[in-house]
Write a protein that binds this ligand. Structure first.
Ligand code: SF4
Ligand code: SF4
Length: 151
């Protein structure tokens, strides 16, 4: 580069705005498709485990019995597979910059207790049918035992 071209470039740059932003003093622009950390609306989670099975880095652990959803944020590669495969659409990715941490911890979300099972109310006819079926079964078992004893 000749001195003339260099001088022209240098003087031109003096009057241009900086090419970089002064983060964190100037917030970075956030786009809708940005991938931040995975969030779970745990109240809508059904603990089906689809997110866990589709995670390529084994970052998610779902315990259906304990109703817990756990994520190891250090293992997450922010691929969005879990969000795409969640049948309840309770997973999402925020668009914020994920802050660094000093400790490798897992984040555990505890789901609410399961809804009570609906009570089955039998009619008198259904109760009688069940009692008759049980009596028939007991009689058949008794007859089988007697025929075995006489053989
Ligand atoms: S896929 Fe969705 S509903 Fe199923 S366990 Fe994961 S977060 Fe919950
Ligand atoms: S974004 Fe990808 S790596 Fe991270 S938890 Fe979801 S599936 Fe796993």
């Amino acid at each position: 580069m000749s001195y003339l071209a260099f001088a022209r470039e240098m003087i031109g740059n003096l009057f241009k705005p900086p090419a970089t932003s002064e983060y964190p003093f100037t917030p970075t622009k956030v786009y809708e498709a940005d991938r931040g950390k995975v969030l779970n609306d745990i109240n809508n989670c059904i603990f089906c485990g689809m997110c866990m099975r589709n995670c390529p880095s084994d970052a998610i652990t779902v315990d259906r019995n304990a109703r817990t959803w756990k994520i190891n944020r250090f293992a997450c590669v922010q691929c969005r597979e879990c969000v795409t495969n969640c049948p309840k659409k309770c997973l999402s990715m925020d668009t914020e910059y994920t802050a660094p941490d000093t400790k490798k911890t897992e984040e555990v979300l505890q789901g609410p207790p399961p809804p009570p099972k609906p009570q089955v109310v039998l009619t008198e006819a259904q109760k009688a049918a069940i009692a008759a079926a049980q009596a028939k079964k007991a009689a058949a078992a008794k007859a089988a035992a007697e025929s075995k004893a006489n053989a």
